[in-house]
Design a protein around this ligand. Structure first.
Ligand SMILES: *[C@@H]1O[C@H](CO)[C@@H](O)[C@H](O)[C@H]1NC(C)=O
Ligand SMILES: *[C@@H]1O[C@H](CO)[C@@H](O)[C@H](O)[C@H]1NC(C)=O
Ligand SMILES: *[C@@H]1O[C@H](CO)[C@@H](O)[C@H](O)[C@H]1NC(C)=O
Ligand SMILES: *[C@@H]1O[C@H](CO)[C@@H](O)[C@H](O)[C@H]1NC(C)=O
Length: 160
């Protein structure tokens, strides 16, 4: 069963953004925040979006993806996810750009700066302070020096 979660709310968040009150306005806030980035250097139109997110308890990364769409909608327009039992949400597309591993070996790689590609999906990964979480649109090519993961799973083994 495919459940699409496409969030696209109005631009209310821009006010907070401009004032800096929700975007890590002081060092104190920054210490309990992490950075969320999405990057597409593969296909035009290229884009690179980045925002600090204030940590709100031990919530899974999916929560912050929703927050980014709601608060910073100019940069984080929407995303598309498929829900699988036991695994949780799998991110298929961001800002309208869809991965398609079957047809052209593209996918959104989920990583953090210290670990590289993460071995957890967005429903189970819990960001921590200072974390740099990145969704990078990528194309599978060999050889690769790092273990590839497909939202936390090996794409070759991922058979929904
Ligand atoms: C998602 O965002 C992209 C990029 O702005 C846009 O082209 C697309 O129409 C949006 N999709 C929906 C369902 O709003
Ligand atoms: C990948 O293949 C799909 C299906 O053929 C197509 O819709 C999509 O545009 C392709 N993506 C890229 C980045 O070429
Ligand atoms: C990056 O992810 C790894 C694996 O989940 C985790 O152990 C590490 O703490 C994360 N880094 C930060 C800065 O949160
Ligand atoms: C992002 O993906 C591109 C295309 O696969 C790759 O060349 C680049 O090294 C990746 N960047 C990061 C920071 O992972």
């Amino acid at each position: 069963m495919r459940i699409y979660l496409v969030l696209s709310l109005a631009v209310i968040g821009r006010v907070a953004y401009a004032n800096g009150d929700d975007k890590c306005g002081s060092d104190l806030l920054c210490r309990s925040s992490f950075t969320y980035s999405v990057l597409n250097h593969l296909f035009p139109p290229y884009f690179m979006k980045s925002t600090p997110m204030k940590l709100q308890g031990k919530r899974p990364f999916l929560y912050y993806m929703q927050q980014a769409v709601e608060k910073y909608n100019t940069e984080f327009k929407n995303f598309t996810a498929t829900y699988y039992p036991t695994y949780g949400y799998f991110i298929e597309g961001i800002n309208g750009l869809m991965g398609n591993f079957k047809d052209n070996r593209t996918y959104w790689e989920f990583s953090n700066a210290t670990f590289g590609p993460l071995d957890k999906g967005v429903s189970s990964y819990i960001p921590s302070s200072g974390d740099k979480v990145l969704f990078n649109f990528t194309i599978d090519s060999r050889p690769r020096t790092v273990q590839r993961t497909f939202n936390g799973l090996d794409p070759k083994k991922f058979k929904p």
